[in-house]
Ligand binder design. Sequence first.
Ligand SMILES: Nc1ncnc2c1ncn2[C@@H]1O[C@H](COP(=O)(O)OP(=O)(O)OP(=O)(O)O)[C@@H](O)[C@H]1O
Length: 223
Amino acid sequence: MIQLHNVFLSYQKEVTALHGINLHVPRGEFVFLTGPSGAGKSTLLRLLYAALSPTRGQVVIDGQNVTRMTRSQIPYLRRSIGVVFQDFKLLPNRTVLENVAITLEVLGWSKQDINKKVFHILKQMGLEHKINATPLRLSGGEQQRVALARALVNDPKILLADEPTGNLDEENKDLILNIFRDANIRGTTVVVATHDRRLIEHSHKRVVTLEKGKIVEGPDVTQ
Ligand SMILES: Nc1ncnc2c1ncn2[C@@H]1O[C@H](COP(=O)(O)OP(=O)(O)OP(=O)(O)O)[C@@H](O)[C@H]1O
């Protein structure tokens, strides 16, 4: 589902964030990406949803070589990828329902189908009573669940999450981990970048460790 072949990424000439990354994540896998601050985790995730192009090497997502895509093809690729950012990126003036509905509006779903699907996922996330609230009236854990609902509402092929449990308490962390597991069981390939050792240890999933832009552990399922 995800393949990186000898990928290098330099932000400027003097900052090479990724050095020769080779990574294979098969369809349906759940992988944690970890490593110290500045190791290149967010950079790698940005490559996977084509927010960045590699300086060298190939990125192949669901059989498509992202490196060769034109700008107009990228939005189509992103329709099959749900992304949860470190800072959630919720629209502050829209309600919870509207924030999640956006994903399906872009795909051209009817209003009736959108409402049905959005209500269903918000119920799964334990947020049905917050449907008309705006994000600033929610706790950090609730905002994170809205961001996850928005990323997962169209059952994407891939879910990418960057430090999804950052400021959450243990109860909320467990909730989020269960949401990832459920999405993964339903067939979504999951890649989560995190520093959170407890989250990693509890989940018993493959761990890929980055240090200074290189993979030092877990590059391939066969290794
Ligand atoms: N926009 C940018 N411009 C220049 N350098 C950048 C940029 N973003 C990241 N970097 C550099 O690239 C390297 C990798 O950063 P990245 O954010 O991918 O690390 P990370 O492992 O996600 O760190 P953290 O755990 O702190 O989020 C770091 O040296 C960082 O300073």
